[in-house]
Write a protein that binds this ligand. Structure first.
Ligand SMILES: Nc1nc2c(c(=O)[nH]1)N[C@H]1C(S)=C(S)[C@@H](COP(=O)(O)OP(=O)(O)OC[C@H]3O[C@@H](n4cnc5c(=O)[nH]c(N)nc54)[C@H](O)[C@@H]3O)O[C@H]1N2
Ligand SMILES: Nc1nc2c(c(=O)[nH]1)N[C@H]1C(S)=C(S)[C@@H](COP(=O)(O)OP(=O)(O)OC[C@H]3O[C@@H](n4cnc5c(=O)[nH]c(N)nc54)[C@H](O)[C@@H]3O)O[C@H]1N2
Ligand code: SF4
Ligand SMILES: [Mo]
Length: 706
């Protein structure tokens, strides 16, 4: 029987409402849901991935166990028992830090993994907890924690009311927005301009977003803190601050003013490559605009001073009267307050412990993924001997992923919770595959906290799961239940109780509790009355009430940030040698490393090309389409050259998530469009010093004919 089911696309942060047409276990089509309060019918071409991934013959439906170097199918009972025994063995022989965990990006879109999954993984109490966060947004999180008291208190642009949208290091027209859940960016950008507003993009590449903006400004990669300090300088020097209401609810204003006074604007302009007059003009336009917001995303985080850049962005919004103001930079009011949940789970905190080999600070309970290979390779007490990965592909996504690729086979034991034999999971001893996304309940517990409008939507699984498959959270729970051997008798009893409660209650019970305790006192029953989603209205002012700093004030000038800024100001400018610097890029029909096995999404021109400015190409005698070698401190790869003036001189760009032709990868479509992995040449030593985030942007490289 044909039925139309309401659902949500989980392939990116836009979280578009979709209508899935099903016939029994068969998915017939996926379309936009015009009645979704946030996406209002919008979908992007990637949405077909929701169906394609479910139907993909390469996707695992049963656990596989490695024997004699190849995988064989196994029953859940056997696979779970073997997986638990292997992980537990490492813990009992070498201590709990010998078991490392890596969680990937799709966890953020998975209700079961965000609830039951986090409780289980944190219960391992290993210091070696890693995730894609340290290749992504931890600079924003650290800035939020220092300024507002909680790492998930990251403000978002109040996009639908702003009249000045300054985008730095983000390409939302392609990425569909990040830490800014806002489906249909093209329309939203057009609407800003239609109401007389202005959109400005600061990026080393003239992006698809820049093409729709009023103005695009080239900036040298990894130099944003200079640009932002230049803005800070002019905001104070030209008396553009708006003291109320921020002054009364914050500390650090005078420290900022002193810092701004010590900045030489001319020096900043030289260091970032943006003309002085442009910086000053932006400072004036932004500060004076009635509703304005500066927004930065991964381009800001992927650099050596990512935390400084993230902090300065929040600061600029605050001191010009644009923080917590309609049309400015605001905090969502999600129906489930995740700030409370992350506090409970121990995420709030930084530098409470350090990594064993490089002494890198913990952030939100995790260590930087850039040091995962060090911890596996370096012998000694606390060495990582076993690894559990879940929804991640660090071989392609972490800096110097090639080194992780070499380190994984040296582990005693590895388990992956993933639906594919990919570049990372091929090293696992056991792969435990979860159901497809359309086969599970969904609620955006994380993304609603970063939506440009307050919404809440619960969708029961639109398609029944295939017989004999498990949800991610069930896999986690069953694994943990079988790993109790090392616990004390009391610990084992408690774990047993927790497991049987978990089995019965599942993620729905945790969600129900979160909804009832939340600001709107909702419930699943109440949400069931609004199957397309409940519109909770535009963003509302939340300061100072929501602050979690000890003194309940916004800390505008955390001492460690000011000290780091002063160090940066004293640094000599980076010598611009004959080197080029490397940045990344995203494509609308792709998603990190894992949508390349959908035939309809990979068709078209090859995408894994090296973009280079015509002047640089001419200087080196390189032709469009030529095969070139790209070399860094870490390695060498080859890719076809694409000469284009959309990229600024001195910069080259290669997307990440490719390199699918490695041995034993079972992605038959992706293999035909393999490309190379840029993370074979990004550098695991290049980090944001404060947060430990990977600095993928600005890697020095040499390009030559292959
Ligand atoms: N050079 C460079 N590197 C980068 C970036 C960059 O811009 N440049 N970007 C970084 C960023 S922002 C991120 S977020 C990371 C991403 O890094 P990762 O999260 O490590 O990598 P993904 O490619 O997203 O891999 C996702 C994996 O999850 C699996 N998966 C998908 N859905 C589910 C599910 O529901 N359950 C389970 N169990 N598994 C699932 C997929 O099969 C795939 O194996 O990459 C980072 N790496
Ligand atoms: N289609 C598609 N959508 C995606 C993804 C995908 O892979 N494909 N990935 C998802 C993920 S995991 C994330 S985190 C989000 C990311 O969302 P966005 O941050 O919007 O993603 P990007 O397109 O990588 O945009 C980063 C921009 O920063 C620029 N940039 C690079 N270095 C610098 C620098 O030093 N300074 C400045 N100012 N700019 C710089 C790049 O040229 C690029 O235009 O996208 C998500 N959505
Ligand atoms: S923008 Fe595309 S990929 Fe993202 S949620 Fe919407 S339909 Fe899915
Ligand atoms: Mo990301």
């Amino acid at each position: 029987m044909r039925e139309r089911k309401i659902a949500t696309c989980v392939l990116c942060e836009a979280a578009c409402g979709i209508i899935v047409e099903v016939d029994g276990l068969e998915v017939l089509s996926v379309r936009g849901d015009a009645e979704d309060p946030l996406s209002r019918g919008y979908i992007c071409p990637k949405v077909v991935g929701m169906k394609d991934l479910r139907d993909d013959p390469d996707r695992l439906r049963r656990p596989v166990v490695k024997s004699g170097g190849t995988f064989r199918e196994a029953s859940w009972g056997e696979a779970l028992a073997l997986a638990a025994a292997g992980l537990e063995r490492a813990r009992s022989l070498h201590g709990r830090d010998a078991l490392a965990v890596y969680q990937g990006n799709p966890v953020a879109h998975n209700l079961g993994l965000l609830t039951v999954g986090q409780v289980v993984l944190r219960s391992f109490r290993t210091k070696n907890l890693y995730s894609a966060s340290t290749a992504d947004q931890v600079p924003h999180m650290l800035a939020a924690e220092e300024m507002f008291g909680n790492p998930v208190m990251m403000p978002v642009p109040d996009l639908d009311r702003t009249r000045y949208f300054l985008v730095i290091g983000a390409n939302p027209v392609v990425s569909n927005g990040s830490i800014m859940t806002a489906p249909d960016m093209k329309r939203r950008i057009a609407e800003i301009r239609a109401r007389g507003g202005k959109v400005l993009v600061v990026d080393p590449r003239r992006t698809e977003t820049a093409d729709l903006a009023d103005e695009h400004v080239f900036i040298r990669p990894a130099s944003d803190p200079y640009f932002l300090l230049g803005l800070l300088h002019f905001v104070f020097a030209d008396k553009l601050t708006t003291a109320q209401p921020m002054l009364a609810m914050s500390t650090g204003w005078s420290e900022l003013e002193t810092l701004a006074g010590s900045v030489s604007a001319a020096h900043m302009a030289r260091a970032c490559g943006v003309p002085l007059a442009t910086i000053r003009g932006i400072a004036h336009d932004f500060a004076r605009a009635e509703q304005a917001v500066v927004y930065g995303r991964v381009g800001i985080c992927h650099q050596e001073h990512g935390t400084l850049a993230s902090w300065l962005i929040y600061v600029l919004n605050a001191i010009t009267g644009h923080l917590d103001q309609p049309g400015g930079s605001m905090f969502s009011t999600p129906a489930v307050e995740i700030s409370k949940l992350v506090r409970l789970l121990g995420f709030v905190g930084h530098d409470r412990w350090q990594s064993r080999v490089r002494g890198l600070a913990e952030m939100a309970g995790e260590l930087p993924v850039a040091t995962l290979a060090d911890e596996i390779e370096t012998p000694g007490k606390g060495q990582v001997r076993a690894l559990l990965t879940c929804a991640g592909n660090p071989v392609l996504s972490a800096p110097n992923g090639a080194r992780i690729d070499r380190a994984l086979p040296t582990l005693d034991f590895m388990v992956s919770v993933d639906g594919y034999v990919n570049e990372t999971t091929r090293h696992a001893d056991i792969i435990l595959p979860p159901v497809a996304a359309l086969e599970r309940d969904h609620y955006d517990i994380a993304l609603n906290a970063f939506a440009v409008r307050n919404v809440a939507k619960f969708v029961p699984a639109p398609v029944e799961r295939e017989p004999g498959t498990l949800f991610d959270w069930e896999i986690m729970l069953e694994l943990a239940a079988r790993m109790r051997t090392g616990a004390s008798p009391l610990g084992a009893r408690l774990a047993l109780l927790a497991t049987s409660a978990g089995r019965k209650l599942g993620p729905r019970a945790i969600l129900e509790l979160g909804l009832r305790l939340g600001p709107y006192k909702l419930s699943l029953a109440k949400l069931a009355e609004h199957p397309h989603g409940l519109d909770l209205g535009p963003l509302e002012r939340r300061l100072p009430g929501m602050l979690e700093t000890k003194d309940r004030r916004v800390h505008l000038a955390p001492p460690s940030f000011v000290a780091e800024a002063r160090r940066l100001l004293l640094q000599p400018e980076r010598a611009i040698a004959n080197n080029l610097v490397l940045i990344g890029r995203r494509h609308l029909r792709s998603n990190n490393s894992w949508l390349h096995n959908s035939a309809s999404l990979v068709k078209g021109k090859p995408r894994c090309t090296l973009l280079m400015h015509p002047d640089d190409a001419a200087r080196q005698g390189l032709q469009n389409g030529a095969r070139v070698a790209i070399e860094s401190r870490v390695g060498r790869i080859e890719a076809p050259l694409e000469v284009s003036d959309t990229i600024m001189p001195g910069v080259v760009s290669l997307p990440h998530g490719f390199g699918h032709d490695r041995a034993r990868v079972e992605l038959s479509v992706a293999r035909e469009h393999a490309g190379v992995s840029v993370n074979d040449i990004t550098d695991d030593l290049l980090l944001d010093r404060l947060s430990g985030n990977a600095a993928f942007s600005g890697v020095p490289v040499v390009v030559s004919p292959a």
